[in-house]
Design a protein around this ligand. Sequence first.
Ligand SMILES: [Zn+2]
Length: 474
Amino acid sequence: MTRRTLTVVALTTAGLVLGLSASGAPATRRAVPVPGSAGMGDSYFPRDGNGGINVLEYDIHDTYRFRTGRLSGWTRLTVRARHDLSRFNLDFLLPVSRVRVDGVAAGVDRPVLHELQVTPATAIAAGRTFVVRVDYAGRPGAASWEGESNWLADAGEVVAMNEPHMAPWWFPSNDHPRDKARMDIRVTVPRARQVIANGERVGRTVRNGMATVRWRAREPMATYIAFFAAGSFAVDRGVSRGLPWYVAASDRIPAARRQVAMDMLRRTPVLVRWLQSQLGDYPFSTTGGVVTSLNSGFALENQTRPTYPGLGRGSTSLMVHELAHQWLGDSVSVQNWRDIWLNEGAATFMEVRYAETHGGQPAHGWLMDRYVGAPADDPFWNLRIGDPGAGQIFDFRVYVRGGMALQALRQRIGNADFWRTMRTWVRGHRNDNGSTREFRAVAERVSGANLAGFFDAWFFSPTKPARTRANGLR
Ligand SMILES: [Zn+2]
């Protein structure tokens, strides 16, 4: 929150300066409204997110037809202007029929597919909250952007799940983790189908053979971890020590396997509790999970409700990974996508920690096996995991070496300071964002150590860290 406020001030000042140079007017004059930029400044994905706006809430109303793969509906965004705005962009891929700002028709342009450019009838003053309604219809399965075709659906099931991009396929958004917002998700499907999304299920209404299911997430979330799944599911729910949980497994999974998946899903509250004992309070008001029959090829940490492409008896580690992301990735999100090791390295480390505390290999041995096992000329070391490049954010080295770096940090600053660092990190950045630089600052503040060399060796060098005490390797 602090950082966001600072940015608003900086942008407003920039607007004032612009106004001055354009008109020569005294500094007390109102700034000249300027367009919000088409991106948020992420070096990996320059068009992600948009300048000048801060979305406070999304009210999504989507209708999905399985037979045609057509998605139609409207989303209402409650937005705060971060500077005097003559126009602003949203990130979206489906055809749009109408945009209204505070109930008044707005101009719409599309300089490129991904950028919906909205020009309100009158400029919007800095700090003002306004409402945008976008009406749309199209086939998300036919939409692709920069090589990504992220719609996952067949004639019987659909799951909106992907990273780092998913929202533009099903609702217009400010698509960058730095702009978190509350989500109210309503999805309408044939009444025989179910809908599962983030947060709490608040209701279901049936009309003309179609059912609208409404889900509401209390805590703000990044756009890419907003999700919905629709189809036929076995469902279970409950409350475990005050924490509501909701789990679902696709009915299309053969009965024996579905039974195992449901057994595993029901372990979610227990795993959340264990993670809580390590990382501090669970950051959200509900938990759960979904097992889809669709072949996603990956599991994803959708906020409050991870989605898995199957869960077997041996999938505990996978669940620990996705649930660890609720703290590390979802509640504390990347500042920029180059910070991805903070998500993936940390979730991998929590898998190792889980093993260590449940009869598996100690984390020290896990680290040293991998350190010794990969010689200096092994490509394993040939990546700066603190800035891996847009095409490598999900490279296995980001995961494994990120996890190794955390265990090395634990060995460098000691167990007590390490866990204090982790808990301070998730508490201090809750429902917010964080960068590698900020993580280092927390570790240094907690431990009193200068970690410049450590961070350089582990995160910003494409080489094997030297086996030194300073690198946490002695
Ligand atoms: Zn992950």
